[in-house]
Design a protein around this ligand. Structure first.
Ligand code: CP
Length: 350
């Protein structure tokens, strides 16, 4: 862990350059950005999640898991809307015997009286052993992890979505979904994935694209309206990491070429001027007639929530994985929390 480095100096570090700061004694401690994970970690987290879901099938295993972190307390500081991430973190904590508290609305916290969000989080870090946070500001979770390190408070912070920049635990569950889907087809290496929709403001696609640099021979396609194409910073990162990618406009041409289609919704709630409401987004919908273009072993993913970019009739297709992603998210989050608290060895030996 870097100690004594001031905030400005820390900010000059780029992505993966910050990762040491999120470690403790050689282990992942804070979970802030996808660039901090390597292939070994990703393989381990997938194996651990699968082991945990097997253990949880019987009562004895449920009790074993609940005993692992019994007496620990966690805070869910979610001040931006969430259904899946909030509930799956809460379920993950319950599986491990952790008691949860929550702040979901700053209008009933002392932030109304002018307390800074940093002071709010610092306050509840006095009461808990783990903080999971979703915040509208990019970089907020990183700032809190920095602050807690600086004041010497050993409370891990998990970024559950920060502004437009990152949603690393969604990326971990996406990797776990890809891993399970391609387990019998050579794994994630050499697979092609198309990201579709609002790529400029979609933090899930950013976080997953960062993670995919850990796999050999992966090819990415970005299909988006030109106003909402993937950010230059991420494309620069992929070039540096030798990850092949192509920007395309026509979804139908790309579907037959890929192993996974990753759909996203338009994020017009981020749109102050209402500009993106004028875009014809129907070109970026996965339609029923697209199913016949999709290879037999390919999968359809979506971080959810969806609007009409995937009609419900697609849900019945065996290649639709988005509801499995939701379930996988809970098991990956159990695995992640267990790993942060160094319980992975106990679980693997069970
Ligand atoms: N995928 C995802 O982050 O969903 P929520 O916004 O509902 O948590």
């Amino acid at each position: 862990m870097i100690r004594g480095t001031d905030w400005e100096a820390f900010q000059t570090l780029r992505g993966g350059g910050k990762k040491d700061y999120f470690m403790r004694d050689g282990n992942i401690f804070h979970v802030i950005m996808s660039q901090q994970f390597d292939r070994t970690f990703l393989d381990e987290i997938c194996e651990l999640a699968t082991k945990i879901r097997g253990i949880a099938k019987v009562n004895k295993g449920v009790k074993f898991l609940q005993s692992l972190l019994l007496g620990k307390r966690a805070m869910l500081y979610f001040v931006q809307p969430s259904t899946r991430t909030f509930l799956s973190f809460m379920a993950a904590c319950q599986i491990l015997g952790i008691h949860c508290s929550e702040v979901r609305d700053t209008t009933i916290s002392s932030e109304v009286k002018g307390e800074s969000p940093e002071d709010t989080v610092r306050t509840f870090s006095s009461y808990v052993d783990l903080i999971m946070m979703r915040h509208p500001q990019a970089g907020f979770a990183e700032r809190i992890a920095f602050l807690l390190n600086q004041i010497g408070r050993p409370v891990p912070v998990i970024n559950a979505g920060s502004g437009r920049d990152q949603h690393p635990t969604q990326a971990l569950l996406d990797i776990y979904t890809l891993h399970r889907s391609f387990e019998n087809y050579g794994g994630i290496d050499d697979k092609s994935i198309v990201f579709v929709g609002d790529l400029l403001r979609g933090r899930t696609v950013r976080s997953l694209a960062y993670l995919l640099r850990n796999y050999e021979g992966v090819k990415l396609y970005f299909v988006a309206p030109k106003e909402l194409q993937m950010g230059e910073d991420l494309k620069e990162y992929l070039r540096e990491q030798d990850v092949e990618f192509e920007e395309r406009d026509n979804l139908e041409e790309v579907i037959p070429l890929v192993d996974a289609v990753y759909m996203t919704r338009i994020q017009d709630e981020c749109d102050e001027e209402g500009e993106s409401k004028k875009i014809d987004y129907s070109k970026y919908h996965f339609k029923k007639e697209h199913l016949k273009l999709l290879p037999t072993n390919a999968i359809i993913m979506h971080p959810l929530p969806r609007r009409d970019e995937i009609p419900v009739e697609i849900d019945e297709d065996k290649r639709a994985m988005y509801w499995r992603q939701v379930r996988n998210g809970m098991w990956v989050r159990v695995a992640l929390i267990a790993k942060i608290f160094l319980k992975d060895k106990d679980i693997m030996e069970y």
